[in-house]
Design a protein around this ligand. Structure first.
Ligand SMILES: Nc1ncnc2c1ncn2[C@@H]1O[C@H](COP(=O)(O)OP(=O)(O)OP(=O)(O)O)[C@@H](O)[C@H]1O
Ligand SMILES: [Mg+2]
Length: 259
């Protein structure tokens, strides 16, 4: 089976600092894969390399066998490789529906076009309703984003991404900045995402990782320290030593609050 996403020997340095050090990673269709590691390990940089925001010094990014290493962010999105938007990219005064519609129109290339077929517009509106439904926020469709809770805003952000029909989705700390009381909401929504979509999730919240990700890769100083099933990785002594030493035991242990 061709991997949905394959990273081959990715390398990146900033000045003298090696931030991505020969990273190899493979996600199959349907993967729920966590990328964890201490602060500064190079997780966000890796996502930047994969989505095309940062150019690697060496190595390759393959999407279903197609080499996307040298193509633009936009071309990667078209091919189905999509990273989550930052929450700041939402227009606070527009409703959830309007925010998603803007993203869909942009993606379909109808934004700013004077002559749009009614059929195209209807299809796009249908797609918006569909993603809001998938994330169970249809009842909030007409609410301005600024009046929603942080957790709900995060769902709108994910709805934008879904509207782009990703085959591989990169999520950089989806639970960051939302109160723990709302993490369940996020988890529920993520669980409803299409099964065949491959998801790579950077996350510091180990409860979230345990609940959602079947596989985990640990990055330390830009290198892959361990990769395997989440249970294997979390129980490995090497991982616990390195990770716990820097990130604190409380975050790593304990039972999940999200069951
Ligand atoms: N554009 C840049 N120029 C110089 N150094 C950078 C740049 N981007 C990141 N770095 C450095 O690369 C290292 C890795 O940063 P990165 O943001 O990828 O880590 P991270 O694992 O995502 O950390 P966190 O868990 O805190 O989000 C850090 O030492 C950071 O200071
Ligand atoms: Mg980061």
């Amino acid at each position: 089976m061709t991997a949905a996403l394959e990273l081959l020997g990715l390398r990146k340095s900033f000045g003298g600092l090696v931030v991505t050090d020969d990273v190899n990673l493979q996600l199959n269709a349907g993967a729920r894969h966590a990328l964890i590691g201490p602060n500064g390990a190079g997780k966000s940089t890796l996502v930047g390399l994969v989505c095309g925001a940062i150019r690697p010094d060496d190595g390759q990014v393959l999407l279903f066998g197609r080499d996307l290493t040298r193509v633009s962010i936009h071309a990667r999105v078209k091919a189905g490789l999509v990273r989550s938007f930052q929450i700041t990219s939402l227009f606070p005064r527009l409703t959830a529906f309007e925010n998603v519609l803007l993203a869909v129109n942009e993606h379909e290339g109808v934004a700013g076009r004077l002559w749009q077929s009614v059929h195209d517009l209807r299809t796009n509106r249908d797609r918006c309703h569909q993603v809001l439904e998938e994330l169970q926020i249809s009842d909030q469709a007409d609410v301005p984003v600024q009046d929603m809770s942080y957790g709900e805003q995060r769902l709108v952000e994910i709805a934008l991404v879904l509207a782009l029909k990703p085959r591989v989705l990169l999520l950089d700390e989806p639970a960051a900045g939302i109160p723990s009381t709302e993490t369940g909401l996020l988890l529920n929504a993520l669980r409803k995402l299409p099964a065949e979509m491959a998801i790579l999730m950077i996350e510091h919240d180990m409860g979230m990782v345990r609940e959602f990700c079947t596989d985990t890769t640990v990055l330390v100083s830009g290198r892959v320290l361990a990769s395997g099933t989440t249970a294997e990785v979390m129980n490995s002594d090497a991982v616990r030593d390195v990770y716990l030493g820097r990130a604190g035991q409380a975050r790593f242990t304990g039972t999940s609050p999200y069951v």
